[in-house]
Design a protein around this ligand. Structure first.
Ligand SMILES: Nc1nc2c(c(=O)[nH]1)N[C@H]1C(S)=C(S)[C@@H](COP(=O)(O)OP(=O)(O)OC[C@H]3O[C@@H](n4cnc5c(N)ncnc54)[C@H](O)[C@@H]3O)O[C@H]1N2
Ligand code: MOO
Length: 422
């Protein structure tokens, strides 16, 4: 057993910097952006609107197109235009055209009055007030100007973005490839959750939790199963990832035990960039790159050796892996937002490392309030339940009292007011 880790302890910032230095966005592909599979993809090109929207002046309400110069005088109703029709007629002085929302405004008309503000009897229109020029008319290009940039490269596709692509007629667009992320659990004590578990064993929660986190980050998850604590078995699993994946996440086997084989294996197969972080939970988190001589892939296999403790692996994923996966997909905004929160409960720091404590943040009494999810042990997965934030608690010995402020990384949307923990 080693008495001291050969890996120097790096700071969180330094670890993030080292990871980022090894990332360039993956290759691109052209996809049909109107299908389900486009959800969450990141654009690899700028998208412009070619034509203005609307392309002709359009009625904003159901009513009558008329001339403002006629004031509040009655008008003769000469025709009706519906959305989708081409009017081909002219509104002369003293006349009006019945018009529907979204229909092109006929020539000569410079206003539309809502039907509720009118009466029509025997083909004569009575208006309740004199319309002003421009009333209820959507002008050419008011929503999108001709040639306007509507979506920038690096934008993730959600409902609004997909709607915009359809609006400007871009049914195919260039997006970054989704990274394939292989996930491997290690440990003789780790069992499939649906089978028999021998005394002292644990069910493999890490692989399933990490694969869900990988998918949530927009990647394709590839399960490599559970590798026993045998150097040849674990080497074979890493080599399989080298063949099949862009990124490898392992869990377990990265601390000081005699069966902690991952770090020496990564050093044998590639380059370990760091093997310890001043960070809790997840101190032994390791980052390595493994070259792939003949595969033609641009990037080496990015390998994250995550700790075995369920909370440590997920928190390390959130802080170090997720931003890397977003960067690989070309996301222009790969980081979670950081906010200032007020503590509802007192928080005790860890003496030697900054600690990322799980919390529930909601908007209460005009500020962001954070409540703790309870005991923060690395093995207590329940401390992640309902958490939408990681409180960044600097190393220290003094507790932070209720009412004090700390920075927090938002990992999900704000919680409803008064949400409590189990
Ligand atoms: N002498 C030292 N011991 C430890 C140190 C240290 O610095 N010196 N660091 C501690 C810290 S901090 C952490 S975190 C853990 C991480 O250790 P490993 O990554 O080597 O993890 P394991 O020992 O393999 O497992 C830890 C724990 O998690 C359970 N586990 C493992 N895999 C899974 C899985 N797939 N699903 C659910 N649970 C899993 C495993 O049974 C252990 O209970 O090391 C400390 N030790
Ligand atoms: O860094 Mo470990 O996750 O504290 O237990």
């Amino acid at each position: 057993m080693q008495r001291e880790s050969p890996y120097p302890m790096v700071s969180v910032d330094e670890a993030q910097r080292l990871i980022t230095a090894h990332i360039t966005p993956l290759d691109v592909e052209v996809i049909d952006v109107l299908h389900e599979s486009a959800d969450g993809r990141v654009l690899a090109e700028d998208v412009y609107g070619i034509e203005p929207l609307p392309d002709v002046p359009k009625a904003g309400v159901d009513g009558y197109a008329l001339r403002s110069a006629d004031g509040d005088a009655p008008r003769r109703v000469i025709a009706e235009v519906t959305a989708g029709a081409t009017p081909g007629l002219r509104v002369e002085a003293g006349s009006a055209v019945r018009i529907m929302t979204g229909a092109p405004v006929p020539e000569g008309a410079d206003a539309v009055i809502a039907v509720e503000r009118t009466e029509e009897r025997d083909g004569v229109l009575i208006v309740q007030h004199a319309p002003r020029a421009g009333d209820n008319i959507h002008t050419i290009g008011q929503d999108i100007a001709a040639g306007q940039l509507v979506l920038a490269r690096g934008t993730a596709l959600g409902a609004a973005e997909i709607g915009l692509l359809a609006t400007v007629g871009r049914t195919r667009a260039m997006v970054y490839r989704r990274p394939v992320v292989a996930v491997l659990s290690t440990g003789d004590e780790v069992y499939e959750p649906d089978g028999e578990v021998f005394p002292g064993g644990v069910r493999d929660s890490n692989r399933y939790a990490l694969m869900a986190a990988v998918r949530e980050a927009g990647c394709l998850a590839l399960s490599l199963g559970i590798a026993r604590d045998d150097v040849n078995v674990q080497r074979a699993a890493i080599l399989e990832a080298l063949d099949r994946a862009d990124v490898l996440l392992t869990s377990g086997g990265v601390s000081m035990g005699t069966r902690d084989l991952i770090k020496p294996l990564l050093a044998e197969l590639g380059t370990v960039h760091f093997g310890r972080i001043a960070f809790k939970p997840g101190k032994p988190t390791t980052f390595a790159t493994i070259e792939r001589p003949n595969s033609g892939r641009l990037l080496p296999l990015l390998t994250f050796g995550l700790p075995g403790y369920p909370v440590s692996s997920l928190v390390s994923f959130e802080v170090f892996v997720r931003p890397a996966l977003r960067r690989l997909q070309g996301d222009a905004r790969p980081d979670r937002p950081q906010v200032r929160v007020t503590l509802r409960d007192p928080i005790s720091p860890s003496p030697d490392r900054p600690e990322y404590q799980r919390a529930i943040v909601s908007w209460e009494d005009g500020r962001l309030m954070a409540r703790s999810t309870g005991r923060q042990g690395s093995s207590r997965l329940l401390s992640m339940l309902g958490a939408n934030a990681l409180l960044i608690v600097p190393a220290g010995t003094e507790a932070h009292p209720a009412g004090a402020e700390l920075d927090a990384l938002m990992t999900g949307p704000l919680a409803p007011q008064g949400m409590s923990v189990l």
